[in-house]
Design a binder for this molecule. Structure first.
Ligand SMILES: N[C@H](CCC[C@H](N)C(=O)O)C(=O)O
Length: 276
């Protein structure tokens, strides 16, 4: 069986994207892990599967799988690449695209300058909906992990995120603290771990140790989470530039119950064919 795919990235967060509207592909968890391997497979942070809509109100449904094969419910950089993919493959001829994922619905906008804006929905701070074991919402939670006492904000952008503020992302202990929190028992479904350095109210640097994939060059939902948490903590404004190792995103959030918007690039690298 021949499977057509595209390799894409959003600021170096890279994806294998499969059109499962005109194809009918299924991969086991083990196959996804093998394909994600950067030596023995294609190599990617996440696999994105484009499907017909589950709901007539939507244009598409899209499924997201981490490199470890786990299926998750949100991928911000992936949403931008998804929009570029469906337009370039002629699966849609509009620039406004409505898509659903496991976590809900999003609207994507292909901008004239080549950037993509994603309405990521409303940040969710209620602990049970992140999910996080806590009696009530706090702007900053205290989490003990091994001999560390960690202070982090927590939010769901459709997937769980915790964010720690650090003095300098370059010296942050991402590869010790990230794995400690990723599977901490306070986060029943695991968590993506952001390390945020605040330069000003409208400019931060960020590194993210992702659930199921490890540190990536960029994490769109992680950038959204950092701005939402920073704003709730009174440290960030409503229109923030987020510098990640792979590049910059623009995040806008008016606060309270409004939806959050992310704008950034989506790049096509190559089209490939897989023989199964
Ligand atoms: N790279 C993605 C995040 C993938 C989320 C995944 N690591 C999870 O387990 O939630 C992004 O740009 O939002």
């Amino acid at each position: 069986m021949q499977v057509q795919f595209s390799k894409m990235h959003g600021l170096g967060n890279d994806f294998m994207v499969i059109d499962n509207v005109t194809q009918n592909v299924y991969f086991s968890t083990e196959k996804i892990q093998q394909l994600a391997d950067r030596n023995f497979g294609i190599g990617f942070d996440q696999l994105l599967m484009v499907e017909p809509p589950y709901d007539p109100e939507e244009d598409f449904h899209y499924r997201i799988f981490n490199a470890d094969g786990s299926e998750v419910s949100q991928c911000g950089n992936g949403a931008r690449c998804f929009a570029r993919f469906v337009k370039s493959k002629g699966l849609i001829n509009r620039s406004k695209i409505r898509v659903s994922t496991k976590s809900g619905k999003m609207t994507l906008y292909l901008e004239k300058d080549g950037q993509v804006t994603v309405n990521m929905g409303r940040p969710e701070f209620e602990p049970s909906k992140i999910p996080l074991k806590a009696n009530k919402h706090e702007k900053t939670y205290v989490i003990r992990a091994d001999d560390h006492t960690l202070f982090c904000g927590a939010v769901s952008m459709g997937n769980p995120h915790c964010v720690l503020e650090v003095d300098n992302v370059d010296t942050a202990d991402v590869h010790t603290i990230g794995p400690l929190l990723e599977r901490h028992d306070r986060f029943p479904e695991g968590v993506n771990v952001g390390f945020m350095q605040i330069l000003s109210a409208d400019h931060i640097r960020l590194r993210v140790f992702e659930r199921g994939s490890g540190e990536t060059l960029a994490c769109g939902s992680g950038a959204c989470a950092a701005v939402a948490i920073g704003q709730i903590q009174g440290k960030l404004g409503k229109d923030v530039r987020v510098d990640l190792p792979g590049g910059s995103l623009r995040i806008r959030w008016q606060g309270a119950d409004s939806t959050l918007k992310m704008t950034g690039p989506a790049e096509h690298i190559y089209d490939g064919q897989l023989t199964l």
